[in-house]
Design a protein around this ligand. Sequence first.
Ligand code: AMP
Ligand code: MG
Length: 410
Amino acid sequence: MTNPNSLTVAEARRLLCEHLAPVSGWEVMPIRRALDRVLYRDIIAPFDVPAHTNSAMDGYAVRAADLSADQEVRLTVVGRALAGNPFSGTVGATQAVRIMTGAVLPHGADTVVVQERVRLADDGGSVLVPPGQQAGQNVRRAGEDLACGKPALKAGQRLGPSQLGLIASLGIGEVAVRRRLRVAFFSTGDEIASLNRPLGPGEVYDSNRYTIFGMLTRLGVELIDMGVVRDDPQALESALRDASLQADVILTSGGVSVGEADYVRELMARLGDVRFWKLDIKPGRPMASGRIGNAWLFGLPGNPVAVMVTFYQIVVDALLRLMGCDPLPEQPLFRVACVSDIDKSPRRREFPRGILFTENGEWKVRLAGNQGSGILSSMSNANCFIVLPESGKDVKSGDFVEVQPFEGIM
Ligand code: AMP
Ligand code: MG
C-alpha cells in the first residue's frame, strides 16, 4: 500500500500514469507542421532506403574479385557514374567505373576504392589500385537504412527533426498525428497579482502561469490560459467546472498544501475524485491529482521552483502519456564531481539546482545560489538539476552526484 502522506517520486509518477490513456482523435498534416507531434500510426517503408545500392565515397567502382591482397592491380576505366546519372553498362573483369558519392553502384561492381587511394596510370585510361582493399567497402546497401514493408517509425513516437527527415526520405509528405492535448491552467491565491497592475500590500506577481506557459508550450500542447483565480469558493468552482468542460487536463498551482485555510482543496475534492499527496521530494511536497468531470487534474504546489520541479519530475510523464507517447523516454542522468557542500533532508528525493561547468577538461557541478523553493533566480541561473536520491547523505565538496541537464528536459 502506498502512503499518500509519504509518496516517493517514482510512486507518484506510477500512480499518475496508472489509469491514463492517450486522448482519442487524430489529424493528418504536412510533415513540417507535425514537428513535436506524436505519431498516430506506424509508418511503413514503401520501398527500401536507400532504394539502390550506391557509393558512399568519390572513387572507383570495382569488382572485389579483381583486387589482390598483396599487389597493385591495373583496371581499365570504362565509364562514369554520377549521383542521378548512373552508368548503364556492366563492369567486367579488370574494369572499373569512375563513381561519385550517391551514384548507383553499376552492375558487376561490388566495391568502391576511394579516389585518394588510387593512382592514375600513364595511359590515361586505367587506374592502379593498391593492395589492402576490403570487399564491399564504401558501399551503401539498398535497404540498409529502412527495409521495404517494415515499420520505419512506430505509433507513439514524438516527431523531432530526424523523424521528419526520415519520413521525407520515404517520399511521404503528410502524416497522421494524435490531436493535441488541451491543457487549461490557472493560478490560485488571493495574494497573486496579474501583470500590468501595481502590486498591493502583500501581493506577488503571478510567475507560475508564465513558467507553466513555457513548459506546456515546449511540450506542444494546446493552451487554455484561465488567469488567476481568487481563493473564493464560487470563483474556484466555476473555474474548475469551466476547465473540465474545455480541456483534457487542468493544471493548477497553489492551494494544495495540507491544512491550508483556503478553498482549493475543498473544491477539488467536492467537484471531482481527487487525491492529495505529500511527496518525498524537495522542493515540492504537496500535490493533488485526480479527475474532475472528463478532465484529469494535476494540482501543483504554489512555490515557483516547486512548480517546475514537480512538473518535470512527475507530471510531464503523465502529460506525455496522454499525448500518446509510448513508451516514455527515460531521461539520462550523468555522474559528475560536485564542488559544493549540500545538506540533504533524510528520505526525500532532492533536486537542487546546479550549474554544470568544465574545469581542466572535466565536467563538474556547483549549486546555483539560494535553494529556497520560491527562488526563481537560482532556477534561472542553473543549467541542471542535481539529483539526490531518497537514501542519499549530505554531499561534501568532491563527492560525485548525479545530474540531469535542463537541455533535453525543458
Ligand atoms: P500555496 O501552496 O498556495 O500556499 O503557495 C505557496 C507559496 O507559493 C506562497 O508563498 C505563494 O504566494 C506562492 N505562490 C503561489 N502561487 C503563485 C504564483 N502563481 N506565482 C508566484 N508565487 C506563487
Ligand atoms: Mg495559496
